[in-house]
Design a protein around this ligand. Structure first.
Ligand code: MG
Length: 398
């Protein structure tokens, strides 16, 4: 079998990839949300994969892996990798999890990170309302995640910082300010209110930065310890920071009992080497759509497990092909796998143009692993075509 074409189209909030072959078997994958500017970088990889056997996934990847970098520039390479696994699975008549070593669990845990339809105000009352709403969701999440401090706009609450906020960006930059006494107390009050509203059965993870200085991160972590969060994520780096910052994370991790989490923006196993070998964090969270794909994520999970570090993958924004790929790889990960962040369909018509997902998708906080070949979901092409832009009209053509 040989690769004959690589196509790319914008569908809703996502760039979709289609890798075509001379065998009539095609692979699909997606880029993490809101990155239409990656279309050209993706298509520039076409000549490097056409003519190769897509079922020799690693051999194809050795030819393109050096063209990626930290988020968002790892996306084109990562998306091709996932489409290759889809082809290899379909060609073999096996779900991708079988090709990645086989499943060790029949259902995978997910947590609510992306579902946020409460425009919360940054007050204890707002956090309590968010907790009550997440508790009321039908998914039965075992734990949920909330944005605090520099992740989101709490950093703009008057008096939160001692001085000025250096970065107005949504995705901040390391050391964006100095948190005031009032600011530390405000975070604790908000998380305590949400903790109360969630009730005793639901855990709470906190997405925190980037933006902290090391001392501020330690001060806040110690203040939050009595509330027992699942983890504190991306305090120093994360989102779009193009380096891991392992030595600085280690200072925080050794100073608090709260598990410290990072890694969603990093590309390739090499970027996790110091984080893992240096025991710089307790949990790593690569995104398959940014780290280099499913096999790369699995390798990192195994290496982390060897070092006593846990794995909670990032959630590929709000895309259903990313969701399916996460289910496949998560089924194969060792016992250090906690849960992945649940991607949602955006816009909601995504659920109409895809078939193969369980319905309901999430039961008691878990998704059942399905057994169809490849990543196991397919386009309803007749419906999906309607949402293509004019320039992408040929995406589904033979
Ligand atoms: Mg995050």
């Amino acid at each position: 079998m040989k690769i004959t074409d690589l196509r790319c189209a914008e569908l809703g909030n996502h760039l979709m990839l289609r890798v075509c072959t001379d065998d009539g078997v095609d692979g699909y994958s997606q880029v993490e949300s809101s990155k239409p500017y990656l279309k050209d970088p993706i298509l520039r990889l076409r000549d490097l994969i056409v003519g190769k056997d897509p079922t020799d996934v690693e051999r194809v990847m050795r030819g393109i892996r050096q063209r990626g970098a930290a988020k968002p520039w790892g996306s084109p390479v990562s998306a091709i990798e996932m489409a290759l696994w889809d082809i290899a699975g379909k060609a073999a008549g096996l779900p991708v999890y079988k090709l990645l070593g086989g499943k060790v669990r029949d259902r995978v845990m997910v947590y609510n990170g992306a579902i946020r339809d409460l425009e919360h105000d940054y007050t204890p009352e707002g956090f309590a309302a968010a907790g009550a709403w997440m508790r009321s969701l039908p998914h039965g999440f075992k734990f949920v995640k909330m944005a605090i401090a520099y992740h989101g706009d709490m950093k703009k609450v008057p008096g939160f910082l001692m001085g000025d906020l250096l970065d107005e960006m949504v995705h901040g930059w390391p050391v964006a300010g100095t948190i005031s006494e009032r600011g530390i107390a405000h975070v604790v009050e908000c998380v305590a209110a949400m903790r109360e509203a969630l009730g005793p059965e639901i855990g709470i993870a906190l997405d925190c930065g980037p933006g902290f200085s090391v001392p501020d991160a330690i001060r806040l972590a110690r203040a939050l310890e009595p509330l027992n969060p699942m983890w504190m994520e991306d305090l120093l780096t994360g989102d779009y920071t193009p380096w891991p910052g392992a030595d600085l994370y280690r200072e925080i991790t050794t100073q608090t009992t709260i598990p410290i989490h990072t890694g969603e923006q990093l590309y390739l196993r090499q970027s996790f080497k110091e984080l893992i070998e240096g025991k710089a964090v307790n949990i790593v969270g690569p995104d398959p759509c940014d780290v280099g794909g499913l096999a790369e994520l699995k390798w990192i999970a195994e290496y982390a497990d060897l070092h006593g570090i846990l794995m909670a993958p990032h959630g590929t924004g709000d895309g259903l092909f990313g969701l399916a790929a996460l289910v496949q790889v998560s089924a194969t990960l060792p016992g250090n796998f906690i849960a992945f962040e649940l991607p949602t369909g955006n816009p909601p018509w995504w659920f109409d143009i895809v078939e193969g997902l369980p319905d309901p998708l999430v039961v008691d906080g878990f998704i059942d692993v399905w057994d169809r070949p490849g990543i196991g979901i397919e386009f309803r092409v007749d419906r999906a075509r309607e949402y293509l832009a004019d320039e992408d009209r040929g995406f589904f053509d033979n």
